[in-house]
Design a protein around this ligand. Structure first.
Ligand code: SAM
Length: 287
């Protein structure tokens, strides 16, 4: 239950490049709250000056968020309303904010979203890849071994994948995506969204890797990678392959174990593998 005497925490999205995306409601909120907690006060200062907003700011970044949150919570409990912004886009999305939002929720302070730009959502909305289900993976690990391990763990993911990536690593990251997820996977690379040099590259991972090596612009600016999830196996081929693998496993293992192993090997559902295993057992028993 929110404490009605307390102020609120407003989580305010700001432009990811184009100042025209700053919403009137974001402006009103930043103008009328008592304090703005900003990832970088100098960066946010430029935005505030542009819109003639004179509200004081305080810094809240990855390295001081935990220490600073209690003081901000105390001010909201005393009745002040505070706005949280990051350098660009939606706070707490690969940006500081999670600690403060968590502490405010625990203290029963009302938290209000002032939604707006978010690079991940902007990229998904124009990638022309399935949008009914997608998963946001933030930044891939910078080190190659950890990055490949993360991608391998996502190999069977059927939802569309969304990553933030730095321009310095885009070529290596795309090549790791191709090697771990398969060269045919459809993907899109969105660069500099909402800015002057906005561009969107679509193609298979193999095609995007070639392009990333040929086109110097590819590795400039801010980047979101969107990759289609694992395509479903063609039904006929899937069945035949499942039967073949089960046939081999059933010769060596009990039915349940063979079914579970086949499901893991082929990425099919346990009960699908179990039903096929039963059918094969029955067929071989009746012959
Ligand atoms: N909170 C932000 C949001 O809502 O999008 C994301 C902050 S994260 C620290 C910064 C990353 O977001 C960049 O490295 C890039 O991957 C992505 N990004 C931010 N602005 C972008 C833009 N205009 N075009 C493409 N990607 C962008």
């Amino acid at each position: 239950m929110a404490n009605s005497a307390a102020g609120r925490l407003y989580v305010v999205a700001t432009p990811i490049g184009n100042l025209g995306d700053f919403s009137p409601r974001a402006g009103d909120t930043l103008r009328t709250c008592s304090l703005i907690a900003a990832e970088d006060t100098r960066h946010t200062g430029t935005l505030l000056r542009h819109f003639g907003i004179a509200t004081p700011t305080v810094s809240l970044h990855d390295h001081n968020e935990r220490q600073r949150s209690p003081e901000l919570i105390a001010r909201m409990q005393a009745g002040e309303s505070i706005a949280l912004v990051s350098d660009a886009g939606t706070p707490a999305i690969s940006d500081p904010g999670y600690e403060l939002v968590g502490a405010a929720a625990a203290a029963g302070i009302e938290i209000v979203a002032i939604p707006g730009p978010c690079a991940a959502l902007a990229a998904v909305s124009i990638a022309a890849l399935p949008t009914d289900r997608f998963c946001f993976e933030g930044f891939l690990p910078a080190r190659a071994a950890a990055r490949r391990a993360r991608l391998e763990s996502l190999g069977a993911e059927v939802r569309t994948l969304v990553f933030y990536e730095s321009p310095h690593r885009i070529v290596d990251a795309l090549e790791d995506c191709r090697d771990s997820l398969g060269p045919e996977r459809r993907a899109a690379v969105a660069r500099e969204l909402t800015k002057l040099h906005e561009s969107l590259y679509r193609g298979s991972l193999a095609e995007l890797c070639v392009r990333s090596r040929l086109d110097a612009d590819f590795a400039r600016g801010e980047i979101v990678i969107v990759i289609a999830g694992r395509p479903p196996a063609p039904p006929q081929q899937g069945c035949a392959e499942l039967d073949r693998v089960l046939g081999l496993l059933l010769a060596e293992l009990p039915l349940k174990q063979a079914a579970r192993l086949a499901a893991q090997l082929l990425g099919v559902r346990d009960n699908e593998a179990y039903k096929s295993a039963l059918r094969l057992k029955q067929e071989s028993g009746s012959s």
